[in-house]
Every structure is written in structure tokens, then in C-alpha cells.
Design a protein around this ligand. Structure first.
Ligand SMILES: [Zn+2]
Length: 61
């Protein structure tokens, strides 16, 4: 996996990266990486519009 933002494709290393993991494991279950919380927020909005099951997502775990 590179260092491109999951949402906008920018190099996250140039910003303040935010990583999203699914479940208890760390990088092995990484599902997204973002420039900052703004990109993360937009991505979550887009995902919830299509899947409608984002209720189990936890931002700080
Ligand atoms: Zn971004």
C-alpha cells in the first residue's frame, strides 16, 4: 500500500495522516488512509450513502 489518500489520492505524508482499521488488528486490516479528518469524513459520508451500514465504525479505536 502506498501513501495515497483513500478519498482524494493525495500523498498523505504531506498532511496529517489518519488511518482507519477494521476490527482489532492494526495494519493488516487497514481499510483506509486519509490526509486528515476532512477527507476521512467525506469518505465516510460517501460510503454510508452507498452501503448504509456504517453504524459499527469507530473513529478512535
Ligand atoms: Zn485526502
Amino acid at each position: 500500500m502506498g501513501t495515497e489518500c483513500t478519498y482524494c489520492g493525495s500523498d498523505i505524508e504531506r498532511h496529517d495522516p489518519v488511518y482507519v482499521n477494521e476490527g482489532e488488528n492494526d495494519r493488516t486490516n487497514q481499510t483506509g488512509q486519509f490526509c486528515n479528518y476532512a477527507c476521512l469524513d467525506r469518505h465516510i459520508e460517501d460510503e454510508s450513502l452507498t452501503s448504509g451500514d456504517a453504524c459499527e465504525w469507530t473513529p478512535e479505536s
